[in-house]
Design a protein around this ligand. Structure first.
Ligand SMILES: NC(=O)c1ccc[n+]([C@@H]2O[C@H](COP(=O)([O-])OP(=O)(O)OC[C@H]3O[C@@H](n4cnc5c(N)ncnc54)[C@H](O)[C@@H]3O)[C@@H](O)[C@H]2O)c1
Length: 317
């Protein structure tokens, strides 16, 4: 495929949108940053876009529709907020353009590239879940390859400084969308997600803890091997993603069960996986791996879609 011949637009000139723009500009794949769209003409993201040679509008989605380049755009990334995405999608859908939603609005199917991207290459609106979901759903899916995950719970801790107003407005949506993806993509029977905004200074790296309750007898070596393999697949597109320590196992027998308030006694294995994500510091410093896990997943998804369409020599619209 010719490099940089797949024009894309980004709506939302905040933390996520700006990090994504820089990643696309510095990448060597097919994507070309053809438009950066905001609503605040004084935003740092729009100023950076202008300095980096990317056409901009501060007129929101209507401004994007009016840009000369709009007819060429293959993919619109939405990095605004869940509420704004609903309005943006209402404006974009009739034009037939493909949208990758980086907010937790969850209009389209959930996409976690290493788990289910191949199932959704034609989806008009694809939801990239959340930063916590991109970090943890692959691990739950890996454990679920080895046994029945009756419950998955994740805790994502991110630095307060890396959470813009759009993120802060979407904490409920983060919780609901991540929990739903742990089930529908990760394969857990029940899921729960918790986000911690940590104001520590100096800022903390993004950390994620994944707990899976696996029913009955389990093969610890098989689970550890599946988790390590899956982590390596995520690291292929998010270089700062890694296991913080070895996978932990705790066994609960019928004589020594785990007591769960909602469901009663559990016998089986609690698998605990600790993850850390260092960012590439494209926009915010390296502590903000929560930007990278989302923007790298979205970029990898768009690149795969571009390749798929070129392979099939199909027009997207
Ligand atoms: N920060 C993270 O770690 C992170 C990670 C993954 C996903 N997300 C999600 O990404 C979204 C953005 O988060 P953020 O931290 O970048 O927030 P942010 O507030 O820094 O960025 C949002 C940007 O969108 C702009 N905007 C708002 N409404 C708009 C509209 N209608 N049209 C065009 N632009 C509009 C704002 O002016 C702002 O520049 C949120 O939904 C959040 O949940 C954030």
């Amino acid at each position: 495929m010719t490099q940089r011949d797949w024009p894309v637009a980004i709506i939302g000139s905040g933390n996520i949108g700006t990090d994504l723009m820089i990643k696309i500009l510095r990448g060597d794949g097919p994507l070309r940053a053809a438009a950066m769209v905001g609503i605040d003409p004084d935003s740092d993201g729009l100023a950076r876009a202008t300095r980096m040679g990317v056409p901009t509008t501060a007129g929101g989605v209507e401004g994007l529709l009016d840009m000369d380049c709009y007819g060429d755009i293959e993919v619109v990334f939405d990095a605004t907020s869940a509420g704004a995405h609903r309005a943006n999608w209402a404006a974009l859908e009739p034009t037939g353009v493909r949208v990758l939603d980086l907010t937790p609005a969850a209009i389209g199917p959930y996409c976690v590239p290493v788990v289910n991207l191949e199932d959704h290459l034609e989806a008009p609106n694809l939801n990239m879940v959340t930063c916590g979901g991109q970090a943890t759903v692959p691990i739950v899916a890996a454990v679920a390859e080895c046994g029945i995950v009756s419950y998955a719970e994740i805790v994502s801790s991110i630095s307060s400084k890396s959470a813009g107003p759009g993120t802060r407005a979407n904490i409920d949506e983060f919780t609901e969308t991540t929990a739903a993806a742990l089930q529908s993509v990760g394969g857990a029977q029940r899921g729960k997600a918790v986000m911690v905004l940590n104001p520590a200074d100096p800022p903390i790296l993004m950390r994620n803890t994944v707990y899976c309750l696996v029913d009955g007898d389990t093969d610890h070596d098989a689970i550890e091997s599946a988790v390590v393999h899956m982590a390596a697949r995520v690291t292929a597109y998010v270089p700062g993603y890694r296991l913080k320590q070895r996978v932990q196992f705790e066994t609960f027998t019928a004589q020594n069960p785990l007591h769960i308030p909602e469901t009663g006694k559990f016998s089986g294995t609690r698998v605990t996986v600790m993850l850390e994500v260092t960012g590439a510091a494209h926009y915010l410093p390296a502590y903000a791996g929560n930007l990278d896990i989302m923007t790298s997943a979205a970029k990898a998804t768009a690149e795969r879609i571009a390749t798929h369409h070129r392979e099939n020599a199909g027009a997207t619209r």
